[in-house]
Write a protein that binds this ligand. Structure first.
Ligand SMILES: C[S@@+](CC[C@H](N)C(=O)[O-])C[C@H]1O[C@@H](n2cnc3c(N)ncnc32)[C@H](O)[C@@H]1O
Ligand SMILES: [Zn+2]
Length: 270
């Protein structure tokens, strides 16, 4: 793992610094030791078994969909919103690290870290960018990072832990959150009779950030994606678990023009 990134990590047991140890480990001065996977990510879940996160199939589907450029507008908007930041950018629930890699490409002064629970995602994230590392940890627990040391936190369709995000972000740091708008993937929701975004859920999630963060800007991003049959199946598979269905049961005319509608909210710590 990139040494500059390791310097930002903290031992999940005693909160001391971590350094590369012998035989593919990270060690703290008190002797707590954590394995580095062959692919280069570190497991810092420290016995706290996180949610297993996305499965290998979900991760492969997402990686392919992102690589086709359908969500490139999200990466671009995140990179714009990170302009001028220096230090560490952490992508929480960052999956394969594809959005983070674009942010790092645009900003050579940033280092990056993907935090995720999913091993299949981390295997890819560990190789997403030279200036990025990847660690396994539970986004609902304590992140293996120091207090007020992170410059940028990214959260794209992933768990949002307001109190913990506040603890790790610098006072001048920024939190960038991407969430779906109610009409995101509207044609699929209507055509396949899927559940739409629950507005009450969105309000609850906003309330979780509210005591810790002030909203400083909101951008609505909208575009149309022309999806072939396999991509329709992929985007359905990437959605909430209630959407998962056998590809054979997806019966829509393709190629299909599908609305993408997301919001990029930027918050500053209170
Ligand atoms: C919908 S995916 C989004 C992935 C990535 N942000 C992107 O946009 O490509 C949600 C991600 O959050 C991860 N995740 C879910 N629950 C988590 C948890 N409790 N702790 C850490 N990661 C979690 C999943 O493994 C998955 O990679
Ligand atoms: Zn320790």
């Amino acid at each position: 793992m990139n040494r500059d990134v390791v310097a930002y990590l903290r031992c999940p047991v005693c909160r001391e610094t971590l350094e590369p140890g012998e035989s593919r480990t990270l060690r703290c001065p008190r002797g707590h030791s954590f394995d580095l996977a062959r692919q280069g990510y570190a497991d810092l879940s420290a016995g706290r078994s996180p949610h297993t996160g996305d499965t290998a199939e979900m991760v492969a589907a997402r990686a392919e969909f992102l690589a086709a450029g359908h969500y490139a507008a999200i990466s671009t908007a995140l990179a714009e919103a990170a302009a001028g930041a220096t230090g560490l950018a952490v992508d929480v629930g960052g999956g394969t690290g594809q959005h983070l890699a674009v942010v790092l490409d645009q900003h050579p002064e940033l280092r990056g870290l993907v935090v995720d629970a999913s091993k299949p995602a981390l295997r890819r994230a560990a190789r997403a960018h030279d200036r990025a590392g990847a660690v396994r940890a539970d986004a609902w627990g304590r992140l293996p990072l120091a207090d007020h040391d992170t410059a940028v936190l990214l959260d794209v369709f992933a768990p949002r832990n307001g109190a913990e995000f506040h603890r790790v972000l610098r006072a001048d740091g920024r939190l960038l959150v991407v969430t779906p708008e109610p009409d995101h993937l509207a044609e699929l929701v209507a055509g396949l009779d899927l559940l739409s975004v629950d507005p009450a859920k969105e309000e609850r999630l906003a309330a979780g950030l509210e005591p810790h963060f002030a909203l400083t800007s909101r951008r609505s991003l909208r575009w149309t994606m022309r999806l072939d049959r396999a991509e329709v199946a992929t985007v359905v598979g990437m959605g909430p678990s209630a959407w998962h269905r056998a590809p054979g049961t997806i019966d829509l005319p393709t190629p299909l023009d599908v609305t993408a509608a997301v919001r990029l909210d930027e918050f500053r710590p209170r």
